[in-house]
Write a protein that binds this ligand. Structure first.
Ligand SMILES: C[S@@+](CC[C@H](N)C(=O)[O-])C[C@H]1O[C@@H](n2cnc3c(N)ncnc32)[C@H](O)[C@@H]1O
Length: 204
């Protein structure tokens, strides 16, 4: 079978499908129409749990219907609430947290993720994940607030200790300045003081 390089969202899915196992907990920080929530619910299986957030009741209702039609609603908690409070609302730890920034496809473009609340939510997710856990963020810098979010993400994520997190940024360099980008952050398995433990990608 041939392999095709696909968009930011596909990279996030590929990584998440490796990182999430049956029985795990996961967070969808931007549920929208529920496609990522459904994907996470299928990954964690009947013994796992997903916590999903959106500030729009319409998004929560679409997601509820989608999950119900796939018979997985009971393994998901739906919050009609800003993701900025996820660290207070979700039991720790989780294996993964997913952010797909921007606005609801087909919805009001003014109701979009915002730099300040996105930063708080990403910081919360980084705390919430277990060692080895993953946070993915798909960012859309082709609009003003999305560009601010990208600037914030680069500053926040490049400042993380490489003893505690590994950070990957994927962008298609020839797709124009507003092309979607994917950030993948993994919390290190390294525990300081463990004899013989190595620090992945340490630069010093
Ligand atoms: C690009 S859509 C997400 C698409 C979704 N993951 C899917 O699979 O259909 C972004 C969503 O983020 C939501 N959103 C915006 N600000 C938010 C916030 N502070 N907390 C949680 N969700 C927010 C929007 O309402 C919108 O539904």
């Amino acid at each position: 079978m041939s392999y095709e390089l696909k968009s930011a969202r596909y990279l996030a899915r590929e990584v998440l499908s490796q990182a999430i196992h049956a029985g795990d907990s996961a967070v969808d920080a931007t549920m929208g129409n529920g496609h990522d929530t459904l994907f996470l619910a299928e990954q964690v299986g009947p013994a796992g749990h997903v916590y999903a957030f959106d500030i729009q009741s319409g998004a929560v209702e679409s997601t509820r219907k989608l999950l119900e039609s796939h018979g997985v609603l009971e393994r998901v908690t739906l919050f009609c609430h800003s993701h900025e409070d996820l660290a207070q609302l979700v039991p720790s730890p989780v294996s993964a947290a997913v952010f797909n920034l921007g606005w609801l496809p087909g919805g009001d473009h003014r109701v979009t993720t915002r730099c300040a609340s996105t930063e708080k939510a990403v910081r919360g997710a980084l705390e919430l994940i277990r060692p080895g856990g993953i946070v993915t963020v798909c960012a859309y810098p082709g609009h003003e607030e999305g560009d601010r979010e990208r600037t914030m993400l680069i500053s926040l994520l490049s400042g993380l200790s490489n003893r505690q997190y590994n950070v990957l940024r994927q962008s298609f360099l020839n797709a124009g300045p507003g092309a979607p980008e994917c950030y993948v952050i993994q919390k290190s398995l390294y525990v300081p003081g463990t004899p013989g433990a190595s620090v992945p990608h340490e630069s010093t």
